[in-house]
Design a binder for this molecule. Sequence first.
Ligand code: OOB
Length: 541
Amino acid sequence: MLQGCVPWPEEAAARYRAAGYWRGEVLGGLTAETAKSDPGRIAIVAGGRRHTYAEVNERADRLAAGLHALGVRAGDRVVVQLPNSVEFVVLCLALFRLGAPPVLALPAHRRSEIGYLCSLTEAVAYVCPDVVQGFDYREMAREIGRDAPGLRHVLVAGDPAGFRSLDEVAEAVPAELPAPDPGEVAFFLLSGGTTGLPKLIPRTHDDYAFQIRATAEAMGFDENGVYLAALPIAHNAALGCPGVLGALRAGGTAVLAGSPSPDEVFPLIAREGVTLTTLMPAFLPLWLDLADLFDVDLSNLVIEVGGAKLQPEIAARVRPELGATLTHWFGMAEGLLCFTRPQDPPEAPVHTQGRPLCPDDEMRVVDEDGRDVPAGAVGELIARGPCLLRGYYRAPEYNERAFTPDGYLRTGDLVSLTERGELVVEGRIKDVVNRGGEKVPAEEVEEHLLAHPAVRDVAVVAVPDRALGEKTCAVVVAAAGAEPPTLGGLRDFVQARGLAEYKLPDRLRFVDALPRTSIGKIDKVTLRRRFADRADPAQRR
Ligand code: OOB
């Protein structure tokens, strides 16, 4: 396995193979079979264009050859930051074929995150779009390039402005390439639940092929299925649950949208006959309120909702008001998936996040000392299984804390299990703000805020928000003698340091000193409680 990754113990790997979870499938081959048996079938619909299996498959072959000609080799890492587009999918297939794992950054990431990913992974290439929503990724690439000596190529989808055009690389003549080992890392996902700087999750061909196959089966998604990707496909939820990759593996169609906003997706759902999609809970009220304005029949649609707390009263409205089938998900990029099945009774997704994907997913609920809590009680969820990593990439010290000695991931989520083994998410102990499904690592933001001359001390905590569930509040101890910082000033400051916009603080509160626990850690429980109801005066009306 790629250096810096932690393999599963041989005993577990043998068990997962014997049980038929890991079948030696490689992700580069996802489109190959359908491209041969039914070349004219539509694989991807994006930006109003339809792309056949034959086209997508051939473009991936050409791009793999072109990247190889540039010197990209098996084991090299490539940071990929593209919006939902056919280029994104073709590039991933090409890199899977080469065995050069893409590191999937989110479109919202900026200099701080991308620069860090490039240096952590010693990436040989960074692939970005030209300009999206007024943001010029090429300018950012120029800045990053200065600090990343190992970065040999910047490839641009669109106008390359002095860099190399991705399209041009994709003009190469397809070449025979050795198939990668299915036990190898196929790509890296970013963790949404770790502390400090972003952590990388290695996903192998074997484990992800199992995830997309088994989730497709559970959702009843086959070659007649049409999956709508309305969330960024760099995120596990839209990439592979079964997502775009699962849709391609099944021989179905993936429709790529730029956002889950009703005016964009409802016409697409109607026109393309979408059967499955994924949403974060924050968008569901909008769908419920606006669906009537669009003449769209959702009775054949299954919606997967997860990533953040879904309010039961919103969940209960889905079937009666939209006519669609709701499935409720607890997912992690780390590889644990629990969800209610479409055929479960309608009340199941209202109250629980369902059962794990795999019968061999081992989930335990433990107390602070790591002892199993009594049945039904709340504790931290720890888990291991055929999709669950055994270590973050190049993070040996962090891994010591993040995993138990026998390989269970400490999820940092507080849960309980129902008598029937269904998961109920009850809270969280990890220091993350879940901002409508986008995860903001508090420590990472605190470090940037601490660099501000008017900030002596700071704690970033979650405060309740009606629309997003949670927002980010910076609790600041102002530096003596300095003009106290303003929220706008702090946001500009952190943004200028290259942090993604969704991580900028939403609120600012001042204290004379941060409360500490008996062992000297910042007492965030007290801070959260103290500022919860004062966060948004509009909410109290
Ligand atoms: C999904 O994945 P990530 O990696 O962005 O975030 C994982 C974390 C979990 O550890 C948990 O804290 C939170 O997101 N979460 C939920 C939740 N589902 C995830 N918190 C409350 N209720 C839920 N239902 O978010 C993700 C990956 C695949 C599918 C769906 C979501």
